[in-house]
Design a protein around this ligand. Structure first.
Ligand code: 5AD
Ligand code: SF4
Length: 371
């Protein structure tokens, strides 16, 4: 699809037109990644974070938050539970921490997860920026996928939503290192950031293509009261020549409008599917925070991965990246039964006990064999 057409879709509001786009994207997903939806059980192992991203509720600088770190035993118990619920894979996510002790801690947890499942549990890490050596170590221990969102592919906007010591270039280097090491590499962006334009969003899709990304996880930006970005309504970028007219319609200045955020999240999902075809793409939990059926709608717009939260309930309220994060008080089993039903209701089939690797990773971007 041409850039111009993508720009048009980001402003389309007619429900029938949008429905047509989503149907095309779902058909494209079925053709290139199959009818199944795969699970990645999400374990949020710690909310300790040394970074201070302006949008995030668990940023190191937020004093209104008790910090927790799960023990290796707790993490392995969670992983075993995921394995027993027939989830093919788990994702270990946490705030960013570095250093030798931490690298060893994760390495041992990864080995433990491999051991408890006879090597069968797929392991994705989402642990931020690390040195290449650390990434390599974790890869050797058995992790095979890594998620590191670029957040926005626009370097100036990236700088605006992060403190001065965060670097777009370093993040990009990390993504490239992950690919070089052999990880299935995932990235993504937040949609509807203050100052973000329609062009930025379309460029994000071209960024995924240019960087040869295997997995995409993107969702609406949702303000968090304890994060400074929520209070900054003037984060426009005059120096980048961004005018208000270029902003996606409905997002005027910076006022959070749930309906527009949902629409944009779904349109971006559909456009990304139609453009990249054989990548894995998650139906973001942040969609669910906005709409009760957000994740199902994500699937119907081209997503093929779901990340059910399997973090112990007692920790969940402490891992609020954004306001209104769903399922704070529902345990993993309750989530799992509901999810099976919800996925089948979309006409898709849950892919139990399967890794569900992205065909993009297995065959490359140019081999668009049908699933
Ligand atoms: N709204 C939406 N997504 C957020 N994230 C962090 N804060 C927010 C927010 N306020 C996302 C970032 C990060 C991922 C773990 O969570 O994209 O990469
Ligand atoms: Fe830390 Fe990630 Fe939140 Fe940034 S987005 S503050 S790195 S947890």
């Amino acid at each position: 699809m041409k850039k111009k057409e993508m720009l048009h879709w980001l402003d389309e509001k007619d429900p029938d037109q949008l429905d047509g786009l989503f149907r095309k994207a779902r058909a494209c997903a079925i053709e290139h990644v199959g009818t199944k939806v795969y699970f990645r059980g999400l374990i949020e192992l710690s909310n300790v974070c040394s970074k201070n991203c302006y949008y995030c509720g668990i940023r190191g600088g937020n004093p209104n938050l008790a910090r927790y770190s799960m023990t290796p035993e707790e993490i392995l118990t969670c992983a075993r539970q995921a394995f027993e619920m027939n989830y093919g894979s788990v994702v270990l996510q946490a705030g960013e921490r570095r250093g030798e002790d931490y690298a060893v801690f994760i390495e041992e947890v990864v080995r433990g997860m491999k051991a408890l499942s006879d090597g069968r549990l797929g392991i994705t890490l989402s642990l931020g920026e690390q040195t290449s050596e650390t990434y390599e170590r974790w890869f050797k221990a058995g992790a095979h996928r890594y998620l590191l969102r670029i957040e926005t592919s626009h370097p100036e906007l990236y700088q605006k939503i992060h403190p001065g010591n965060h670097s777009f270039g370093e993040r990009l280097d990390c993504l490239r290192a992950l690919k070089r090491i052999g990880y299935q590499t995932g990235t993504g962006v937040m949609i509807g950031l203050p100052g973000q334009t329609r062009e930025d969003l379309v460029n994000d899709i071209f960024f995924f293509e240019r960087e040869d990304i295997d997995m995409i996880g993107m969702g609406p930006y949702i303000p968090h009261a304890d994060a400074p970005l929520a209070r900054q309504s003037d984060l426009l970028m005059p120096e980048a020549g961004v005018s208000m007219e270029n902003r996606p319609s409905g997002l005027s200045g910076f006022r959070y409008d749930a309906e527009d955020q949902l629409r944009l999240g779904l349109v971006m999902t559909a456009l990304t599917r139609l453009h990249l075809k054989n990548v894995n793409m998650v139906a973001a939990t942040a969609l669910q925070a906005i709409d009760d059926e957000g994740r199902e709608r994500g699937i119907l717009a081209g997503a093929n991965i779901i990340m059910p939260n399997i973090t112990p309930v007692k920790y969940r309220a402490k891992y609020q990246l954004y306001a209104g994060k769903p399922y704070l008080d529902e345990d993993a089993c309750q989530c799992s039964h509901g999810l099976d039903r919800r996925i089948r209701a979309t006409g898709a089939e849950p892919g139990y006990n399967e890794w569900g690797d992205s065909p993009h990773f297995r065959f490359g971007k140019n081999d668009l064999r049908s699933a």
